[in-house]
Design a protein around this ligand. Sequence first.
Ligand code: SF4
Length: 187
Amino acid sequence: MSEEKKDCGCKNKKEKPVQNKENIEKQAGKPGALSMMKSFAISMASRGLKNNKVPKPEKQLRVLSCFGNENTGGELPPCEYLRESTTEGKYYCGGCGCGDRKGTWLVADGDEYSKLDYPRLNCPLQMPGFTNYQPSTPDEAEEPVTRRYFIENISYDELQKVSVTTPETPPEIQKMLDKSNEKQKEE
Ligand code: SF4
């Protein structure tokens, strides 16, 4: 009897992607904690005074890179460096040395600013969606494929299932919209 195969949304995949020690080593260029902390300072500067946020598709890739998609029926496990915070329901990256505090939580509630919102943000594993992303090397396509290769080949539909809070309307645009709404009310 033939088993019905489920469409996982990933091209050319046979085995579940893994991120074991060997596969992490396949992903080149893991920078040390000190340089990651320096790069976090650059991230904070990129937020600017206007709370700039990364565009939605990039944030979706970041969320996939960190959390995987098992929660939406996919087969991508969470990143090996994902750590549960001592604060319930929060998570942080254990690979960059920034620790567990409000400013380093990867996702936040509602419209609150979170680490994955920074326009410029580096990932120790140079995963998709991050500023220092590096495309996978050919050996990452060998079974079991790396998480990075898996994400690079994920379908658009699967990516759309990743729910993220959308960027806030930039304050200057919001002011213009408010003004025009007020004008309309007066007329
Ligand atoms: S930032 Fe990179 S290393 Fe850290 S949890 Fe996310 S994907 Fe993993």
